[in-house]
Design a protein around this ligand. Structure first.
Ligand SMILES: Nc1ncnc2c1ncn2[C@@H]1O[C@H](COP(=O)(O)OP(=O)(O)O)[C@@H](O)[C@H]1O
Ligand SMILES: [Mg+2]
Length: 277
C-alpha cells in the first residue's frame, strides 16, 4: 500500500452546457490549491475552456496522444499562475480528433485511467486534489474516460427551468459505470453554479438542498466579472481578488472539502432515491 494518501479525484459533469461547470472546475481548483493542498486540473473537454481560463497558451498534444496512441502523461503537466495548481491542458482540435477516432471502440473509455494511474505512481503524494473538467455530454467518450478515472462527481446546475434535468443523465451514466468499469463512482455534491436573483433560482437551490442535504454546496452567485475573468485568462481570485465571487468559490470549496471529513463520508449512497426525487 502507498505511504501517501490517495488524491481525491473529482469530475465536474453535467449533460447540459453553459451551466458554469468549467467556471466552477477552474475556480474551485484554484481555491483547493490555495487553501487545501496541491491540485491538478485536467481538461478533458476538447472545447478547452478550463485550459484557456488558467492562461495556457501553447499547444499540448499529450492528452490526445494518450487516448489514441497510449502515450504518456508525465510530460503533459504544466504549472499555472496559481501557486500549487498544475494543469494537464486540453489538446483542443487534437482531442476532438481523438474523440472521433475512439467513438464506439470497445474499451475506449478505459484508456485515460491507465495513463492517469501511471502518472500518479510516477508522482506519489504530489497532488491532494485532482479535478477533471468534462464536456457536457456524459455518454461521449471523453467524458466517459473522465468518469472511469474519477471517484467522485460534482454536478453543477444553473438557474434555468428544468435545471435538474442534466443530473438525470449523469446519474444514469454513473449507475452504468458502477456496474462495469468504476464500482466506486459516486455523486459527491451538487451546486447551483450560476445563481440568478430570481425566484426560480431560489427554488432550485431549495430543491438541491432537500435532495443533497449537506452535499448541496453553497451557490455561486451570477456575477459578470466571472465571465470577464475568462477573458483575462485568470481564475477570478487572480483577476478580481476583491470581488465576492472569490468568497463564493472559497465557500463552495470548503463545503466540498468538509464532505470528505463528515461522518459517513462515502459519496451519496442513495442516488436512485435522490434522482427520482
Ligand atoms: N456564476 C457565474 N456568473 C456569471 N457568469 C458565469 C458564472 N459561471 C459561469 N459563467 C459564465 O457562463 C458561461 C458558461 O460557463 P461555463 O463554466 O463555461 O459553462 P460549462 O462549462 O458548463 O459549459 C461562461 O461565459 C462563463 O464565463
Ligand atoms: Mg465547460
Amino acid at each position: 500500500m502507498s505511504r501517501y494518501a490517495e488524491p481525491k479525484v473529482i469530475a465536474f459533469a453535467s449533460d447540459k452546457g453553459g451551466v458554469g461547470k468549467s467556471a466552477a472546475a477552474v475556480n474551485m481548483s484554484a481555491a483547493l490549491a490555495t487553501s487545501h493542498g496541491r491540485t491538478l486540473l485536467v481538461d478533458l473537454d476538447h472545447q478547452a475552456d478550463a485550459t484557456r481560463w488558467v492562461g495556457f497558451e501553447g499547444e499540448s498534444l499529450a492528452l490526445a496522444e494518450v487516448l489514441v496512441d497510449s502515450g504518456d502523461l508525465s510530460g503533459a503537466v504544466v504549472p499555472t499562475e496559481v501557486p500549487g495548481l498544475d494543469l494537464i491542458p486540453s489538446s483542443g482540435e487534437w482531442l476532438s480528433r481523438a474523440k472521433r477516432e475512439l467513438a464506439g471502440k470497445k474499451g475506449s473509455e478505459l484508456i485515460f485511467r491507465g495513463a492517469f494511474q501511471r502518472l500518479l505512481e510516477q508522482n506519489p503524494g504530489t497532488w491532494q486534489w485532482i479535478v477533471l473538467d468534462t464536456h457536457p455530454d456524459v455518454t461521449g467518450v471523453l467524458t466517459l474516460n473522465a468518469l472511469v478515472a474519477a471517484r467522485d462527481i460534482i454536478c453543477p446546475v444553473d438557474s434555468a427551468e428544468q435545471a435538474l434535468d442534466g443530473l438525470v443523465s449523469v446519474v444514469k451514466t454513473m449507475w452504468s459505470l458502477q456496474k462495469t468499469a468504476n464500482p466506486h463512482l459516486g455523486i459527491r455534491a451538487a451546486m447551483l453554479a450560476m445563481k440568478q436573483r430570481t425566484r426560480l433560482a431560489r427554488s432550485i437551490e431549495t430543491e438541491l438542498k432537500s435532495k443533497f442535504e449537506d452535499r448541496a454546496l453553497p451557490s455561486i452567485r451570477h456575477r459578470v466579472h466571472i465571465a470577464e475573468s475568462y477573458s483575462e485568462r485568470k481564475p477570478v481570485m487572480l483577476a478580481y481578488p476583491d470581488c465576492d465571487s472569490v468568497e463564493d468559490y472559497e465557500a463552495a470549496t470548503a463545503a466540498l472539502v468538509a464532505t470528505y471529513s463528515s461522518v459517513g463520508s462515502g459519496a451519496v449512497k442513495d442516488e436512485r432515491k435522490r434522482a427520482a426525487g
